[in-house]
Design a protein around this ligand. Structure first.
Ligand SMILES: *Cc1c(COP(=O)(O)O)cnc(C)c1O
Length: 406
């Protein structure tokens, strides 16, 4: 919802936009972007207020309609994603809801992966069904299955790559072709890769959604979300809906994630390099059965990952501990996780603090054992979102449990 443009020259690099793009400074000349923690804006007089409310004159009126701090975050993220426009939302799920409520109507059909973020599956598969929208869930990596699921009323393909926790990819360019051939849009959830590693727009995606709660904040403080795309769709259609629907990001949270974008590239590159080192090392441990990480040559989609994710594997990895029965696998995974003293046992990811989780009993705990098997989430699986601690300390932390496994 851009009201003003910054006074930067055109054609700068993403790194420059990450620290510079924002709405114009206020009359105080603040160097760090100001936090406009205000719900409304005072008008000069009735005539100018009337013009602003009628959109005949630029200017802020009410924060649900537009706020300079929120606008700075939107403009900066759009520049980094390479899209015309972005609209900020209260959470990542609010961003996905915004896409669903503006792109879809009763009678429409959606195709999505069966291994997406759990709340996204619930939102598209169950909640939207009450409004007459049907969603088909297909195998994440099987492009032919996405194509075969197309119907005459398919309006949206929704992809998330790489996935949580198994780091499966989908081929964004191939899905964009399928979507466009069917007259549908392709939306990509880019929360896991961030624009630092992956710019879905360059592969033909129409909409990019973010949970700003993850890598963009990067320090586990606030919840935030965004949708990026064309001015026509994102500002025109989604911005208009958001201004009435009130899915807004608060100015305070916008300020936090605006600052998060300034260090996003440094953090994501450092955390990805650390994740690769940790994944490579885990592959050699006798108590580790398998490591899932796109940066490893052993990952079935390693080549696609290198092409699509700027040559890096991302900040999240998962691994299976050894064991035979589901009970033993679960006990072994719990043993490794509970012996850690540096890593945090917490569900968030993309934080500078390394987090470790047992997906089968947490994020995927509500699935039936059958659904979990289909998703490939075994009882012995451990997910790690790698932060910025010293590598030796992270390895030692994991060895406390791995070296004492029976
Ligand atoms: C966390 C997450 C979401 C939801 O974001 P919230 O900010 O928690 O609402 C959506 N997609 C992915 C891939 C996520 O990791």
């Amino acid at each position: 919802m851009t009201q003003e443009t910054s006074d930067l020259p055109e054609g700068l690099h993403a790194e420059t936009y990450a620290v510079r793009e924002a709405v114009a400074r206020s009359s105080y000349g603040e160097h760090s972007e100001a936090l406009f923690l205000t719900s409304s804006f005072v008008q000069h007089d009735c005539e100018s207020a009337a013009r602003r409310f009628a959109k005949e004159e630029p200017g802020y009126t009410y924060t649900r309609t537009a706020n300079p701090t929120v606008a700075s975050f939107e403009q900066r993220l759009a520049k980094m994603e390479g899209t015309e426009c972005a609209v900020a939302t209260a959470t990542g799920m609010a961003a996905i809801l915004l896409v669903a409520l503006t792109v879809l109507k009763a009678g429409d059909h959606v195709i999505a992966s069966q291994s997406m973020f759990g709340s996204t599956m619930k939102l598209l598969g169950s909640e939207m069904a009450r409004f007459g929208v049907e969603t088909s869930f297909v195998a994440q990596t099987d492009t032919a299955a996405w194509k075969a699921a197309v119907r005459s009323n398919t309006r949206l393909l929704f992809a998330e790559t790489p996935t949580n926790p198994l780091t499966d990819l989908c081929d964004i360019a191939a899905l964009a072709d399928i979507a466009h051939g069917a007259g549908a849009l392709l939306a990509v959830d880019n929360s896991f890769a961030s624009p630092v590693l992956q710019r879905p727009i360059a592969f033909g995606a129409d909409l990019i959604v973010h949970s700003g709660t993850k890598l963009i904040d990067g320090q586990g403080r606030v919840m935030a979300g965004a949708v990026c795309g064309t001015g026509k769709l994102v500002d025109g259609v989604m911005g208009t809906f958001l201004r009435s629907g009130g899915l807004n990001l608060s100015p305070f949270n916008a300020w936090v994630v605006l600052k998060g974008l300034e260090t996003l590239a440094l953090r994501v590159k450092a955390e990805s390099a650390a994740a690769l080192e940790l994944a490579t090392w885990l592959e050699t441990h006798p108590k580790v059965a398998r490591v899932h990480y796109p940066g490893l040559a052993s990952h079935p989609q390693h080549e696609l990952a290198m092409r699509q994710q700027s040559g890096m594997g991302g900040t999240v990895l998962a691994f299976d501990v050894v064991g035979t029965t589901p009970e033993q696998l679960r006990a072994n995974a719990f043993h490794v996780i509970d012996r850690t003293r540096v890593c945090s046992v917490t569900a968030n990811l993309g934080d500078v603090k390394t987090t470790i989780t047992h997906p089968a009993s947490t994020s995927h705990g509500r699935l039936t054992e059958e659904q979990r098997q289909a998703a490939g989430v075994k009882q012995g699986l451990i997910r790690i979102s790698v932060g910025l601690e010293h590598m030796d300390d992270l390895k030692a932390d994991l060895l406390r449990g791995l070296d004492t496994l029976q």
